[in-house]
Design a protein around this ligand. Sequence first.
Ligand code: KG4
Ligand code: ZN
Length: 339
Amino acid sequence: MRPLVLGIETSCDETGVGIVRGDELLANVVASSMDLHARFGGVVPEIAARAHLEAMEPTIERALAEAGVTLDELDAIAVTAGPGLAGALMVGVGAAKALGIAAGKPVHGVNHLVGHVAADALAGGPIEQETIALLVSGGHTSLLHVRDIDADVVTLGETIDDAAGEAFDKVARLLGLVYPGGPSIDAAAAEGDPTAIRFPRGLTAPKDRERHRFDFSFSGLKTAVARHVERSADAGELSVPDVAASFREAVVDVLVTKAIDACAHTGVPRLLLGGGVVANRRLRELAAERCEAAGVALRVPPLSLCTDNGAMIAGLGARLVARGIAPSAPGFGVESTLD
Ligand code: KG4
Ligand code: ZN
């Protein structure tokens, strides 16, 4: 069975609507409110929610047109129910429920992080196999053990403070680089020396191994960068490229080290990357290098499926429909990251 499913994603600043038939991607339309957040240096929840409200119908219409299908033909609607920004999620869930009632279709509220994993199937990935997934974006940083994508996903660890992308955004601001910080830091780092400054690697000390082996922390790193910038600017010797390269190396080193450790710990020799930070050149490079050395198969879906999008949510919904899993109960709510 290859169900025709429309997926809606509004957990952060991307209004995404995707349509799939089973594992076949028919449409993936994304409207981003990123530009509206630029002057604040990060996503402003209320601005994101308002932008979703305005973008929702045009994005649904574009996706239907792109896929060449009508609402009537759908087997189901899937929507991100969390985790994410509460107000932003509510716009998507409200739209999905309204569509469900209007078109007489079942609605599945799904988990955003598992959606990132489902994206791999749309890129032709071996999704039936167990995998470790490292999901890194502006809103989340999680290491998952995916035993069965539809039924058994274990969170091995997550960030205890900032998300990795958020750390890039905050450090870019400290360095006077434009938002979003990830691409700016990537560009600046190309001219810098990653060994110039030894920045801290959060939660990698022996004492952290017991409780936080697979967790992440980037706030200490951000503070260390702030101190370094202050000191070296006063002395008139601040090198933005060196700070960018050294900071990027610290983040990427921790992400890849913990992901490979998770593969070793679980005995699963497969690693899947997802989230907007996957655009980082050094992350891709170091993950490829270390995975090869460790005998771990690395999967990186195309970037359009790594950043937040509706197709991954539709893909996950199609799997649930195919398995005969019941839709969400009427009145289902959202799971905020702020709860
Ligand atoms: O998944 P995504 O598009 O959306 C949300 O988080 O909602 O991820 C965006 C995040 C931002 O924090 C951005 O700075 C980061 O991904 N990012 C990067 C790069 N490109 C985007 N981080 C590091 N290096 C990059 N090249
Ligand atoms: Zn995401």
